[in-house]
Design a binder for this molecule. Sequence first.
Ligand code: HEM
Length: 468
Amino acid sequence: MNIFLCILLPVFFLLVRRKRSSDRVPPGSLGLPVIGQSLSFLWAMRANTADRWIAERAKRYGPISKLSLFGKPAVFIHGQAANKFVFTSDDSIMNNHQTESIKMILGDRCLSELSGEDHKRVRSALASFLKPECLKLYIGEMEEEVRRHLEMHWNGKQNITVLPLMKTLTFNIICTLLFGVERGARRDKLVQYFQEILEGLWSIPINFPLTRFNRGLKASAKVQNILKDLVREKRVELESAASSHQGLITSLLNIRGEDNRELVSEDEIVHNIMLVMVAGHDTSAVLISFIVRLLANDPAIYAAVLKEQEEIKKSKPSGEFLTWQDLAKMKHTWRVAMETLRTIPPVFGGFRKTLKDIEYEGYLIPKGWQVFWVTSMTHMDNNIFQEPSKFDPYRFENQAPIPPYCYIPFGGGPRMCPGYEFARIETLVTVHYLVTQFNWKLCCNDNSIRRDPVPVPAQGLPIQIRPK
Ligand code: HEM
């Protein structure tokens, strides 16, 4: 009997293990080749039912499920542990991964495509310019952009549409502060091409004339040519010591190795300028627009924000620029922004790619598959945020800190958004000027949203304004 067991049991376990390892791919379906679930997901994004789409999937399949998005197999995972797993997994196990459309439009040397030492090198170059100590010096320049914007697009007007204007503002702030691109024909061309790029990013990568993807690719080629010229101009200015603007490009060109060789290549600079514009312009515009909508809809929150901003205004001689200390006093305004980011996160989620077979929650995620994470599942989890559907900025005040990897509008871990501080400053400065200079009311009672891929308020948020 013992001999029988010794021989047969290992064979039995081997067979069971073999069977399991092939069965262990998560539940779900990969759908039709290439298309998979992309169309139904994109449809849900545009109808702002993607949160429900995701929640139904989680209810049906549990904490992990397989699907196919944007031409590649993927697993969708969610929850605090899943977020930690995605954000902190080693680069040798899981790599950042953008969809084929994003990679082809933004280029393969942008930060979101780089990994390991290359990612660290380029990210630290970028972060050295986006850190608070450096941004402190640019508050005045940012404020000038906001003042000029209000002068041109708000003063003397009665009806305006907020989202397109906020996109113009955040585009101009990035152009001036980060890239040093003067106003004029070149900037105007960039505005138009970047819009086409943005529309192409979350599209199915089918390169036929007139598809969103095709338009995105063409716009990307044109932008790259403009940016290459710009980088060369900045290099000449730098060499002749005539550089008037110490923006991001100059700062990247200035990073040199021991032999004075540039450490960030021209392609890396160009691809990362495109990434910064794409990652930083719509996201902040959306955040500010939804704050404007909220302040019109909620008199109590408006009153608290106005009080805070009026006190700061009164404490300064008229016309004087805001300081770092003033921004530090805007605590309530920032809590309102944080709650806006929790309830309407500008970034729906993102992708990583497995570099080897990974085991997660007892399932196999095969090598080369995408791992899809989303913000809303943890932001709307009532075990983490009580009454998650209620807009309550006070939840960020004097309470037990939010558990790690649960509040993730800026992602987390080594790839967490390096533009966090930049977004915080431009949001606070803009809200300061809006509430202290204008009254407004909504022209459209429709509070619905669609995602494209960032959330867009109905009709772009038309409002009626009156100067104070
Ligand atoms: C409200 C505004 C913003 C939101 C909600 C936001 C959100 C995010 C998120 C969710 C990620 C992905 C993190 C991950 O994959 O783990 C990200 C990455 C990134 N963001 Fe932002 N962002 C904002 C503004 C900005 C701004 C203003 C800039 C630049 C000035 C910027 C630059 C970047 C870059 C370069 C990355 C890629 C980082 C990497 O791969 O290492 N973002 N952002």
